[in-house]
Design a binder for this molecule. Sequence first.
Ligand SMILES: [Mn+2]
Length: 486
Amino acid sequence: MILTDSAISQLQNRADQCANYLLDSKSVLCISHIDADGLTSAAIATQAIQRANIPLETAFSKRLGEPELKQLTKTDHETILFTDFGSGQIEKIIEYSEKGNFNPIICDHHQPSIAPSSNSHTLIDLDFHLNPLLFEIDGASELSGAGTCYFLARALESGSVDNRDLASLAVVGAIGDMQARDKGLIGPNKIIAQEGVDKGVLDIKLDLAFYGKQTRPLPKLLEYSSEFGIPSISNNPSGSIRFLKNLDIDVRENGKWKFWVDLSHSDKKAIVNELVKHAISRGLSIDKISSFISPVYELTQELSGTALREATEFSTILNATARYGRPDVGLSICLGNRNKSLTRAKNLLAVHRKNLAEGIGLLNREGVVMEENFQWFHAQDKIRDTIVGIVAGMVLGMDGTDPNKPIFAFAKTEEGDLKVSSRGTPILVKNGLNLSEVMRISAEHVGGEGGGHDIAAGATIPLQTEKLFLEQIKTTLELQLYNSSS
Ligand SMILES: [Mn+2]
């Protein structure tokens, strides 16, 4: 690679160490997390390891607690590669490794359960732990799990192998983990995207930022723009149709609404102009209006007008598989299989959309509980634990919630405990919020486990510990937000 920045070259050195470790392994078990970033992480690692001719098996896990780690000690594979999780459990993983239960490699971007350099123990992890946070690269916005695996994949190259085609999956992972900002991907994520462009697997262009340009008919594309809050268009079906009918553009063809991708460049431009005029005349903020346009990441190997063409829609498809117990389907799509896998995924996507809409409906009806420095809701068993975090992220900032406070969401799990998901905002993080720490401390306080990123984190806690957990959140948040303001 041609990158010169010192943090990145340190990350590359670590990737080289991990790659050498892998290349010396007789066989590898790759185990990954079940979201879009986890699936693309596994897909990148899987392909790079296969191309390096190392025998491999790929598996997924919803969580990585004591029972899951214990189960992994039974593996026949010489090396276990943890992708998109593992850093938050590194203490436990080191314990197992020292007992000779398995040889681990961790390729993750979540916050390590022990801070780098906080104790001498961490020296042991140096050889096999690849994580941007160890090199002062932000794991919440600058490099995803899939991006971290991409660095490993590049380090595994030898001879004529060129793994840059995997950059498109790394971008899908970063987008799935909400790492893009108004100006698109930043930091190492951006460098990876550029490698994808150079390799011809990605196309980056400034375009309408709305979700669904490939697969939603124009009125739906506009109607579902709730994050932009455009008066009389967002969440307004008849208003969206009225807006389109007033345009001097053919927005229909053969009696059907067109899709954004079907429009000519000049028609797209005309619609954006009208949208901006409409938004200005109704007093929408300039910040919101300027976010209508952003870099859009298209996978050039996928057909235009399909759900896999644009990184945003691709990542939703993956979430719809993995979070409903079918990570195998999502992985299969990432590995290039279509037909059956894609049909299955689309069916799951319909269910996923329905569940998200129902979850948001529930929140609109019941609202959140407002505390002094945070807000929360308890979905009981009305929202699946695997999507309650997505719902929390979607409702944060909507009517009835406070965009200046982090949100915490509880849901019961199939395993008989509670899942807690939390989401913050970039401004809160700047003011000292670290949800990974909040979730780890509060979960440990009630006998559970938690961690993640500063801006988004999760925990699993025993039933009926909500009250104690919430009290601990309050205390930890006070310290974080107080320390930064003093
Ligand atoms: Mn991730």
